[in-house]
Design a binder for this molecule. Structure first.
Ligand SMILES: *Cc1c(COP(=O)(O)O)cnc(C)c1O
Length: 361
């Protein structure tokens, strides 16, 4: 893959913004500690890049989802405390121990397997309302006893923290308070990014933000307190002018209603642009911008290409090689995701491998 070609879509990662976001969250969490969640390759920007940048800022505790992610992060951060959120998959205890990783144990079976493999520091994961991973609150006391001195963190996860009006939050907060009170000497952790911004401030000892670090809005519906970390830009590969009535893309799902200028850009679903970003007349799809002017996607997202209706963009900016902004100053990550019918988390974690990646800061 050519790294210097300017004739490619470019993903810019602003490392300074990532660091500033962690500082802002850490200040907001204090006196609780602020960890960094770098699972799924650091939400697509690179787990090693993110982990090193956050560690340089003072972050000491990290969360990944998988053993393999933990092993890779351990190589980059020999001193860090690293928890593996997916817990203890059968047979994985020796590898976790060898890499100095701490599983988030969520059942008596996992606790028993961890202990019989030699044990060591681990989190106890209690499910307070997701019915995903973790012990039931009723089992938490027995789980703590079974894990014994190895338990270095008591944790649970919010189901609806981005929705401050959801009654789920208060129910989970109360349930987790009762669990944390079982042993006040063990650090407790409940908050993801949005949890940090809940009015109840259920911070306990440690917060676990991911999305907000990467610039996603942890307070949907209110202004984003975070700085943008990624920008995505693609050069125009071809400009075409089509008459009213022309149909665009696979299955002709979009029809020009006026003489139209189309800008074709070299990004597609193989680069992580969801097919749900398509523009049709009933549904605008994901927005993009040309020279600051908002434009719509015309028709289906192909594997490698997208057509943009560039008719309303400044004509001088619609030329072969000129940039189209998919995510940047005029189209936020959250706005692009919403237009594509998904969430920014999914856009980030699907960021393609074919982009020219540029790290700023
Ligand atoms: C992914 C995850 C987080 C981080 O969530 P964000 O919403 O990205 O801040 C925290 N805790 C657990 C258990 C997770 O799975």
């Amino acid at each position: 893959m050519s790294q210097d070609s300017s004739a490619a879509a470019t993903l810019t990662i602003d490392r300074d913004a990532l660091r500033a976001n962690w500082r802002l969250l850490a200040e907001r969490c204090a006196p609780a500690e602020c960890a960094g969640v770098v699972k799924a390759d650091g939400y697509g920007i690179g787990a090693t890049l993110a982990g090193k940048a956050l560690a340089a800022e003072g972050c000491r505790t990290f969360f990944v989802a998988r053993l393999s992610e933990g092993e890779a992060l351990r190589a980059a951060l020999p001193e860090a405390t690293i928890y593996v959120l997916d817990g203890l998959l059968p047979g994985s205890a020796p590898a976790l121990r060898a890499a100095g990783l701490r599983p988030a144990l969520g059942s008596f079976e996992e606790i028993a397997e961890w202990r019989s493999a030699g044990g060591g520091p681990a989190a106890l994961h209690v499910d307070t309302g997701m019915n995903r991973l973790g012990m039931t609150p009723a089992d938490a006391a027995a789980g703590l006893k079974a894990l014994g001195a190895g338990c270095t963190l008591l944790m649970s996860h919010f189901a609806s923290s981005e929705n401050t009006a959801s009654p789920d939050n208060e129910i989970q907060i109360q349930a987790f308070n009762a669990i944390a009170a079982l042993n006040p000497n063990i650090p407790a952790s409940l908050c993801n990014s949005s949890g940090i911004f809940l009015p109840q401030r259920p911070l306990h000892a440690l917060a676990r933000p991911g999305y907000a670090l990467y610039g996603g809005n942890p307070t949907p519906g209110a202004p984003n307190p975070m700085r943008a970390v990624i920008a995505l830009e693609a050069p125009i590969a071809q400009v075409r002018r089509v008459p009213a009535g022309a149909r665009v893309g696979y299955n002709g799902q979009w029809t020009a209603r006026r003489p139209t200028t189309l800008a074709i850009i070299p990004v597609g679903y193989a680069d992580g642009i969801p097919r749900g970003a398509m523009g049709a007349h009933e549904k605008a799809g994901a927005p993009v911008a040309i020279a600051g002017a908002r434009c719509a996607i015309a028709g289906r997202v192909s594997m490698d290409l997208i057509a943009i209706d560039a008719t309303d963009a400044p004509p001088a900016a619609v030329r072969r090689g000129a940039p189209v902004e998919l995510i940047g100053p005029h189209v936020t990550l959250d706005a692009f995701a919403e237009g594509a019918g998904t969430i920014g988390y999914e856009i980030l974690t699907n960021l393609g491998r074919r982009y020219r990646r540029r790290v700023a800061g």
